[in-house]
Design a protein around this ligand. Structure first.
Ligand SMILES: [Zn+2]
Length: 292
């Protein structure tokens, strides 16, 4: 089991399954009893509840791998950004926000969300104000609105230990995701640039080891996707209905998750192509993309 890491009062709670989906790392603030995200590990959460205790739960965003164990914290105050509250109001709203039109996919997720993620309609007790600074007693934290991955995505910069929790703007091979209905490549790039400018010494993220010290660049996966999109642009239809199957996603994730991944990859590709059109590297001719 991975070790917890502490930087002053800020602790990284490592997720089960080596931080891979459907789990995600959490952050806990000693003294204040704040837990950020609830997708890490049931046993660790039970120990936290029995030990120093949890006073309030914060969410970085609405995705299911960050809510998996939210049931354990029933009755506690729940805070998140208002822009991300809609998908938590019910399963249909949740699937709409993923941009999932196919009834077959929706049927799968209607079963999986309550069974595997204890999904039920929830309403936060309070919303963050973008840019607010909160005094937690043991440290102060800046609440940073960082849209792109989701519209209300929130990162947290803890001043005194100079720790930045940037959640799913992670540094894994997969790179940041902006394939949902409201995902945006331009907002993702702007948000990652804003996060890169903060004077952090430690960067915590939601997946895999989730702890980085030294020089990091959250954007390093984006140019690679961009080059690939340009390379594949010739003749790519604007409204693609089929997408190449990925053997990696089909073998490593459940069928439903693999489909979601394929759907997201198609949207990523589409967003890169639209961006190349805006930049003049690719043109749209007869509803197909062509390299200039
Ligand atoms: Zn996410």
């Amino acid at each position: 089991m991975a070790e917890e890491r502490a930087f002053g009062p800020v602790r990284l709670i490592p997720a089960a399954n080596q931080g891979r989906y459907p789990h995600s790392n959490s952050v806990y603030v000693d003294g204040a009893g704040i837990l950020i995200d609830t997708g890490a590990d049931e046993a660790r959460y039970r120990a936290l509840l029995a030990g120093p205790g949890v006073k309030e739960v914060w969410l970085s965003h609405w995705h299911e791998d960050h809510l998996k164990y939210l049931d354990l914290f029933d009755g506690l105050p729940l805070r998140m950004m208002a822009d991300d509250a809609e998908p938590l109001t019910g399963i249909e709203a949740f699937l709409d926000c993923y941009g999932m039109p196919q009834e077959e996919y929706r049927e799968y997720w209607r079963r999986v969300l309550p069974a595997d993620f204890q999904f039920r309609p929830r309403r936060p007790t309070r919303y963050f104000a973008p840019g607010e600074t909160i005094d937690l007693g043991t440290c102060t934290v800046d609440v940073i609105h960082a849209p792109g991955h989701t519209p209300g995505f929130t990162a947290f910069f803890f001043h005194e230990p100079a720790v930045l929790f940037m959640g799913d703007y992670d540094l894994t091979r997969f790179g940041p995701w902006y394939g949902d209905r409201d995902g945006s490549i331009d907002e993702t790039i702007a948000s990652v640039r804003r996060l890169q400018r903060l004077p952090a010494k430690v960067w915590l993220t939601s997946h895999e080891s989730g702890c980085f010290e030294g020089d990091v660049s959250g954007l390093r996966r984006l140019p690679r996707r961009h080059r690939r999109a340009r390379g594949q642009a010739a003749g790519f239809p604007r409204r693609a209905t089929r997408w190449r199957r990925s053997s990696r996603s089909a073998s490593s994730a459940s069928r439903g998750a693999a489909r979601l991944l394929r759907m997201g990859r198609r949207r990523h590709h589409g967003q890169h192509l639209e961006r190349l059109v805006k930049n003049g590297a690719v043109v749209l001719k007869d509803e197909r993309y062509q390299r200039v």
